[in-house]
Design a protein. Structure first.
Length: 132
């Protein structure tokens, strides 16, 4: 379900929780600043509330975009970061499996989608499917 973008405090906590290699990209001299452009609540299981947040750093056509999945309770904890290319990500829940969602993005070669699977406290990325 769509939700309001994370507030400043939550944004800071989420960005701080990113893996060092991702934070390094956002700290590069040519980087502007990472901006969240969407957020969704995801309940892959009844008692597992997760946050999906998407955003980009930089300006088109050279922006770098990605999505993160985090648990918010008791404190924000990153479950996964996924690069999605140069286009702002699009998130869709699976119609048949609540533990699966699709994330779409693209690069200069083509657009693509990738399944993300919730597996007992972890997020597993499926195969990248290109639309060539």
């Amino acid at each position: 379900d769509p939700r309001a973008r994370p507030d400043a405090e939550l944004r800071a906590q989420l960005l701080e929780s990113l893996p060092p290699d991702v934070r390094e990209v956002f700290a590069a001299p040519d980087a502007l600043s990472f901006s969240f452009n969407g957020a969704w609540d995801w309940r892959p299981m009844g008692n597992v509330p997760l946050l999906i947040a998407t955003g980009c750093d930089g300006a088109p056509p050279n922006q770098r975009c990605g999505a993160l999945v985090a648990e918010l309770v008791p404190a924000p904890q990153l479950l996964g970061w996924f690069w999605v290319g140069i286009f702002p990500p699009v998130v869709r829940l699976s119609k048949w499996d609540p533990k699966k969602l699709w994330i779409s993005g693209g690069d200069r070669r083509s657009t693509f989608r990738q399944a993300l699977h919730y597996e007992w406290g972890r997020i597993r990325a499926g195969e990248l499917v290109r639309n060539e």
